[in-house]
Write a protein that binds this ligand. Structure first.
Ligand code: KG4
Ligand code: ZN
Length: 334
């Protein structure tokens, strides 16, 4: 079964074809980051308009790369939420129109389920983690620990009470004057920081539970930055201290979640999963426990069409799809 996947929930237009027999056939991404940079953040209306411009050319490109005609498709999957309503509607409208014209099923995918299943997109099926496992979803909009008992069977173990981890990265970067998108820039700066120059608290780790809170950390960084000499070195030192605090906090809670769920395997997904310190720290923890941690390749940590094609293919295989109406769910619990 060959499934086209379409992702347009925010500022990346992602398209891919996943074949349930042969795996991922092709994928392409167009990022709007440069366009939004001028405004210091995503402008929803501009995002929708740009998806309109880029989506069909990307579908053509991906079908060409996969050596397929549009009529070869057996289904169309699209991100139906959560996300920006206008951006979601571009993907949903296009996907449904294509599915209707081709007389194939269309399937609505939850964006975070896409992220959650991205580590299962391994080229090498032997390297593929199988449920049950614990997933850490860390993106700009979410920080969640989920017990994945099976495909479609997800139990929320803990989540952030305020800012998401990626949001904390972005806001912290912004308050130290780094341009949008700040998270990866802050992470790139952190290795130039001196060890021990700043130590920030690891929020909510000294009491039981699996919830997170990152907004206090941001305030602490603001104070540290205002009291510093605001030099490049101070910025790098604070970036390092901040990154260490976030990564340690995530690692402590991941270990607790593995204990609580009785799992050996941790899967990490979402944009912050591209963070090198987080990858190293969780790898260390897994080795110490004799368990395993799986990350999607960095390109599939951030938003992409491949994860949507894959999640949609699994749903279609399970016989799930929707009626013909175009419907999106901007706020949607998994
Ligand atoms: O999953 P994603 O692409 O989009 C959604 O939020 O759905 O995640 C983007 C988030 C942003 O907040 C970005 O700052 C963060 O992931 N991010 C990083 C890194 N790369 C991306 N945060 C820390 N370190 C990175 N290397
Ligand atoms: Zn995402």
């Amino acid at each position: 079964m060959k499934v086209l996947g379409i992702e347009t929930s925010c500022d990346e237009t992602g398209v891919a074809v996943y074949d349930t027999g042969a795996g991922l056939l092709a994928h392409a991404l167009y990022s709007q980051v440069a366009m939004h940079a001028e405004y210091g953040g995503v402008v929803p209306e501009l995002a929708s308009r740009d998806h309109v411009r880029k989506l069909l050319p990307l579908v053509h490109e991906v079908l060409g790369d996969a050596g397929l005609q549009v009529a070869d498709l057996d289904g169309v999957a699209y991100t139906a939420g959560p996300g920006l309503v206008g951006a979601l509607l571009v993907g949903a409208g296009t996907a449904r129109a294509l599915a209707w014209a081709l007389d194939v099923p269309a399937v609505a995918v939850h964006h975070m389920e896409g992220h959650l299943l991205a580590p299962l997109l391994e080229d090498d099926p032997a390297g593929r983690p199988e449920p049950p496992f614990v997933a850490l979803l860390v993106s700009g909009g979410h920080t969640q620990l989920v017990h994945v008992e099976g495909i479609g069977r997800y139990r929320l173990l803990g989540e952030t009470l305020d800012d998401a981890a990626g949001e904390a990265f972005d806001k912290t970067a912004k308050l130290m004057g780094l341009p949008y998108p700040g998270g990866p820039r802050l992470a790139a700066l952190a290795p130039q920081g001196r060890e021990g120059a700043y130590r920030f608290p690891r929020p909510m780790t000294n009491r039981p539970g699996l919830d997170f809170s990152f907004s206090g950390l941001k305030t602490q960084v603001l104070t540290a930055w205002q009291e510093s000499d605001r030099s490049d070195q101070a910025r790098a030192d604070i970036a390092r201290g901040f990154e260490e605090a976030v990564v340690d906090t995530l690692a402590i809670k991941c270990e607790r979640a593995l204990d609580e769920a009785g799992c050996d395997t941790l899967v990490v997904a979402g944009g912050v999963g591209a963070n090198e310190r987080l990858r190293a720290k969780l790898g260390e923890m897994a080795r110490r426990r004799g368990g395993r941690v799986a990350f999607p390749r960095p390109a599939f940590c951030t938003d992409n069409g491949a994860m949507i094609a894959f999640a949609g293919a699994l749903r279609l295989q399970a016989g799930q799809h929707e009626g013909p109406e175009v419907r999106v769910t901007p706020r949607w619990d998994m």
